[in-house]
Design a protein around this ligand. Sequence first.
Ligand code: ATP
Length: 476
Amino acid sequence: MANDNKLQNIIAHCKEYGFVFQSSEIYDGLSAVYDYGQYGSELKKNIRDYWWKSMTQMQDNIVGIDAAIFMHPTVWKASGHVDNFSDPMIDNKDSQKRYRVDHLIEGFAETLDKEKGDALLQQMDQLLAANDFAGIKTLITDNKINCGVSGTCNWTDVRQFNLMFSTEIGSVAEEANVIYLRPETAQGIFVNFLNVQKTGRMKIPFGIAQTGKAFRNEIVARGFIFRMREFEQMEMQFFVKPGTQKEWYEHWKETRMKWHLSLGISPDKYKFHDHVKLAHYADMACDIEYDFPMGFKEVEGIHSRTDFDLKQHQQFSGKKLTYFDTDINQHYVPYVVETSIGLDRTVMMILSEAYEEQDLTTDDKPDSRVVLRFPPMLAPIKLAVLPLTKKDGLPEIARDLITACKPHFKCFYEEKDSIGKRYRRQDAIGTPFCITIDHQTKEDQTVTIRYRDSMTQERISLASVKDMILDKIKMF
Ligand code: ATP
């Protein structure tokens, strides 16, 4: 299956089976904004829970918070977002279409052979690192990179556009009332650094984790839930003693890669990409890239943010944000290493990894299925319970099993259609286990368990079902 097709097929499957819908679809949708349906929201919640538990419960020195989306406007001056949170853009004068220059050049590089494409990207990285926008424009025109809509190379100069959404708080529309929708969750952690450190009596090194919505007015928003205007981040800021950031940066690179591999994804689907152009706050940074249907792209960023943010907030708020280190009897502003992963991008990664179209044709009959091979701990529905018929007391046994299981994990009951059709529907939403209740169940208290991935079946005792599933879906 061509990868372009794979992405289109995943998008269609997500809509057909209640994972992801275009926002406000009945009004023709809102670009780059999506809603999660009945199975998508379960999948997303399970991924969020797995991240949360991995980053808080399973760590001795990381606690979680839940900060508000709205923050004092000065936060975004201090963080540098008002002045720096912008992307270089270029407009095509004929089509009026606006592009992020890196996306425009990357798209063109993909059409070249590998060596030429890599050389072009290297040139681009160097020019962007030097903020040489005139050079970027020359690179675009020299390579005759055209607009996909007009087909012309008639470009404006490269300009910066701020990505933050603003709105007003209170009833009077004065400039002083303008606030921003947070473009990252991290700042809610920085401004609460001392609150958490003092009330939690935290000792450095320690971390603060958070998940929540972030908003960016992405100009080129495409790639389904890969790039959205409203999305969710899962971030952790780890506060360390100045001078130790390098070792913690390496530690978190390794720890986060292990987390990715724990999802059952093969190592060759990942790579690290070191940043050449560092953000204004960073002294080291890299991305973890996953091999999406559109190629290797960032799913998570790991950044050594120095003491930039805390120092800025100290300066703009006039409040001291230092830590007293009793080991060395000194006050200092801690350094920060952060891990920042997009929840929606992770959903897309899990979907891309899980989606499979299988040809099951045998000699006598053509057959196929679409299966989502989610890790069982992340599957929206863990167990489907299917009585073979609607009568003879089988539905009652099925209902009793669900009553026993549903406090522990999400179950699904269905009695309509043939068992084969019901299995296929569960495959399509990624349910790892189906239990069939048949007449034999009434005689010997056994049931058939059917495994999604191998499609094999075996007979097990009804009484063992709950514990067996609990064991197979456990996260740690
Ligand atoms: P990109 O280069 O793709 O725009 P970024 O480097 O700006 O991403 P960060 O600011 O490091 O991203 O944000 C951390 C994570 O948040 C990213 O790795 C990504 O998973 C997620 N993320 C960022 N922007 C978006 C978006 N518009 N839609 C969905 N997820 C996003």
